[in-house]
Design a binder for this molecule. Structure first.
Ligand code: GAL
Length: 139
């Protein structure tokens, strides 16, 4: 796993924070991931994983030491070396993901203690231009 970016927020990212990543997939990219992690244990509340071999986005949660049921989206807007923007934010019920302002995923929370999600990381075949993390109004 090649870590490209990591940020933490002790008060938690969910609900209410929005993360906007600008970047481009590496040449011959296989996959990259944006993970929302719980710092106090090994849970991954939200794993967002575009896979170039399948032209699919895989979303899942890792808890109780195992992956849950995958949710897939074939709304695949990524191309090797083509710049893109991904925005992910959560409200109290879902993570919402937009790629170049098109909604591609709505993922229902699978962990209850949302305030435990304190870390965001980006890994593997992506070259990052910028990451903006901002709190949405009303949270
Ligand atoms: C596994 C893969 C993990 C994760 C998971 C998601 O096959 O090894 O990295 O992507 O799928 O369901």
């Amino acid at each position: 796993m090649a870590l490209r970016f990591e940020a933490s927020c002790p008060e938690g990212f969910c609900p209410g924070w929005s993360i906007t990543v600008k970047g481009q997939p590496a040449v011959s990219a296989k996959s990259f991931e944006i993970n929302f992690l719980c710092d106090m244990d090994d849970r991954i509340a939200f794993h967002f994983n575009p896979r170039f071999s399948d032209l699919d986005i895989i979303c899942n949660t890792f808890k109780s030491n195992r992956w849950g049921k995958e949710e897939r989206s074939n709304t695949f807007h990524f191309d090797a070396e083509e710049p893109f923007q991904v925005e992910i934010f959560s409200d109290r019920s879902h993570f919402h993901v937009f790629v170049d302002e098109n909604k591609v995923v709505q993922y229902q929370h699978r962990i209850e203690d949302l305030q435990a999600i304190t870390r965001v990381q980006i890994v593997n075949d992506i070259s990052i231009t910028s990451v903006e993390i901002a709190k949405k109004p009303d949270y």
